[in-house]
Design a protein around this ligand. Structure first.
Ligand code: SF4
Ligand code: SF4
Ligand code: SF4
Length: 251
């Protein structure tokens, strides 16, 4: 029996998530190719495929000319998976959405602001139907492998729906709020093993919000520690600019 055909595509991004996908340990790579046939992957091969079982799409949509290409990928694939924060929630590309086009093109290309086509950054799910996602900036390699196997077996991808705080407490970390530092862990999707607070940092939201996040409760926590709502919004801006629950239609 032939294996499911899988391909990788990228839009505006650093390609770090694709690199994570191919940076598997040798036994993990063997595990992957034993269940799927990779037919298109610009980072690793020159061949291209036609009809696909799974298309992994990395990156945000930041040009009108990207839309047609994305729709054609959708037409070719039975399942489309948003690979990483740029694709899933527009990621750091959407930081520019809080500025005017004139401001950000002038800042990046002062010599010739109109040289490159660019517009509001969007998640791919704002343009096409997305069947699954792999969160993170970058993605977790083990989670990529696990979700791919889930999809091949026709199962719902096994992605945590509880917050980062659960993993953080399991790791017995002292909460950074006790040190006067804001952290978005209470409303952000776990699965990274609380990577940042466990290594001297704080959660800045790269895996996106949990389902039905209690933003008011997050606000209450900030206020309890003398931190303002405005400061919380600044933290949310890095990864959650496209979230209308937080920012309305501002971006
Ligand atoms: S989500 Fe992060 S690591 Fe992945 S492509 Fe975007 S910027 Fe790069
Ligand atoms: S440091 Fe962050 S993730 Fe850890 S318990 Fe505190 S708020 Fe939650
Ligand atoms: S702790 Fe937060 S910012 Fe850090 S990897 Fe996990 S979800 Fe991303």
């Amino acid at each position: 029996m032939s294996k499911p055909k899988v391909a990788f595509f990228d839009f505006a991004c650093c390609e770090g998530c694709q690199l994570c996908a191919i940076d598997l340990e040798p036994e993990q790579l063997l595990d992957l190719v034993s269940v799927v046939d990779i037919v298109e992957f610009r980072e690793a091969m020159s061949e291209t495929g036609d009809q696909l079982d799974i298309a992994f799409v990395e990156g945000s949509i930041t040009r009108d000319s990207d839309i047609d290409r994305l729709k054609k990928i959708r037409e070719r694939a039975k399942l489309v998976v948003a690979l990483g924060a740029c694709s899933m929630i527009a990621g750091i590309n959407a930081l520019k959405n809080f500025q005017t086009k004139a401001e950000y093109t002038q800042a990046v290309y002062p010599e010739d602001p109109n040289k490159y086509e660019t517009t509001t950054a969007k998640a791919i799910g704002e343009i096409i139907q997305v069947d699954a996602f792999i969160p993170g900036c970058p993605i977790d390699t083990g989670e990529f492998l696990r979700v791919t196997k889930n999809l091949v077996l026709g199962k719902t991808p096994d992605i945590p729906t509880y917050p980062v705080c659960v993993e953080c407490k399991r790791n017995e970390n002292v909460c950074v709020y006790e040190k006067g530092i804001q952290c978005l862990g209470p409303v952000i999707r776990a699965g990274c093993n609380a990577r940042c607070p466990s290594n001297g940092g704080y959660c800045f939201g790269c895996r996106g919000l949990i389902p039905e996040p209690n933003i008011n409760s997050q606000q209450d926590i900030m206020q309890k520690y003398g931190l303002t709502y405005e400061k919380m919004l600044e933290k949310f801006k890095l990864f959650l600019q496209r979230n209308q629950e937080i920012f309305g239609d501002d971006q």
